[in-house]
Write a protein that binds this ligand. Structure first.
Ligand code: PMP
Length: 325
């Protein structure tokens, strides 16, 4: 018998999928960790589960309590599913620039959702800081604090990393993924380096994010912008601190859109925008390393969360991003 214990038991143990069209084109094995197959539909189910479980273990979250979080969407979706399954309430603060699909889904799932203007991190009304303030003013509530709560990266150190190691039988040359909180990148990179320090760990970065310049020069420089959601950072979060990074690769939206459409048309995979950045970086890395290498990245979430933007041809055309195919 192979039966998972409820929603919580179904988180993780996702397949590792060979991305056939890009693997064949580059001569490398480009493998995607299928995090969109988590029960809440994204990589963030893992962090959400660890954050809630750790708060329970520490006695911070008591029956009937509320989990408060500032999130671009997927963490909130994961948290709300788990709160429902465990009898907690969920309050989500989300920037109004995020896709309507994610905002509607959060409401449907039962979260209390407050949309707020998107302002930089240094502003006291930034959605992350606001969520922390609101949580501190409530009775029997915790702030999930995914950016700086190390339960997030521990989820990936203890689950995603070991799964990738086992699924590849340790035959992995490189790990590359973009970061939002950095939990996925850092947790997996720390685990893989502990197994084999020769595994190349590379940060993928969209335009408008400062990590590419940080890895290359030690300074955070923000240039341009991106239509992708949930990734990119203007600071080094606690989850990213101390994470090994051998290199960084920047991928622009044209390449990300091309990759996402090829994944759909040639591989049958319907993916969100951050996957375009991740796989775009894996392709660039394959070209750097040459044929015969195994490169692992993340398929963070599915395309249905972005139908009104990334999969809306008029929306893409207005931004000069319509793919050739
Ligand atoms: N892709 C998407 C679509 C996301 O929502 C997130 C999380 N914000 C990420 C990638 C990055 O994951 P992490 O927070 O672990 O860096």
């Amino acid at each position: 018998m192979d039966i998972k214990n409820g929603f919580v038991g179904a988180v993780g143990n996702t397949p590792l999928i060979r991305l056939n069209s890009f693997s064949d084109e580059t001569g490398c094995e480009i493998l995607g960790k299928a995090e969109f197959m988590n029960p809440g539909g994204s990589v963030k189910d893992r962090a959400a589960l660890y954050i809630i479980q750790d708060a329970e273990t520490q006695g911070l979250l008591k029956p009937g309590g509320t989990v408060v979080e500032g999130t671009a969407g997927n963490t909130g979706i994961g948290l709300t599913h788990i709160c429902n399954a465990k009898g907690y309430k969920c309050l989500i603060i989300i920037p109004e620039t995020q896709s309507q699909e994610k905002i509607d889904l959060l409401k449907t799932l039962g979260a209390e959702v407050r949309t707020v203007p998107a302002v930089p991190y240094k502003d006291p009304n930034n959605y992350v800081k606001l969520s922390g303030r609101i949580a501190s003013e409530m009775e029997n509530a915790i702030w999930a604090n995914q950016f700086d709560n190390l339960s997030n990266r521990r989820a990936h150190y203890e689950t995603t990393g070991p799964e990738i190691w086992a699924q590849t039988d340790g035959k992995i040359d490189a790990w590359v993924t973009a970061t939002g909180t950095g939990g996925t990148y850092a947790g997996v990179a720390l685990f893989l380096k502990s197994k084999n320090p020769n595994i190349r760990c590379v940060v993928a970065d969209p335009m408008g994010s400062g990590l590419y310049s940080y890895v290359k020069t030690g300074n955070i420089v923000l240039e341009g912008s991106s239509i992708t959601e949930g990734i990119g950072s203007s600071r080094i979060t606690s989850n990213m601190q101390g994470a090994p990074a051998d290199d960084a690769i920047r991928v622009d939206d044209h390449e990300a859109v091309r990759v996402v459409y090829q994944l759909l048309k040639k591989d049958g995979l319907f993916m969100g925008g951050s996957v375009g950045i991740n796989v775009g970086a894996a392709i660039a890395l394959a070209k750097q390393l040459g044929p015969g290498h195994t490169i692992v990245t993340v398929l963070c979430d599915g395309g249905s969360r972005y139908q009104s933007k990334l999969f809306n041809r008029q929306w893409l055309a207005e931004r000069g991003l319509l793919p050739a195919v």
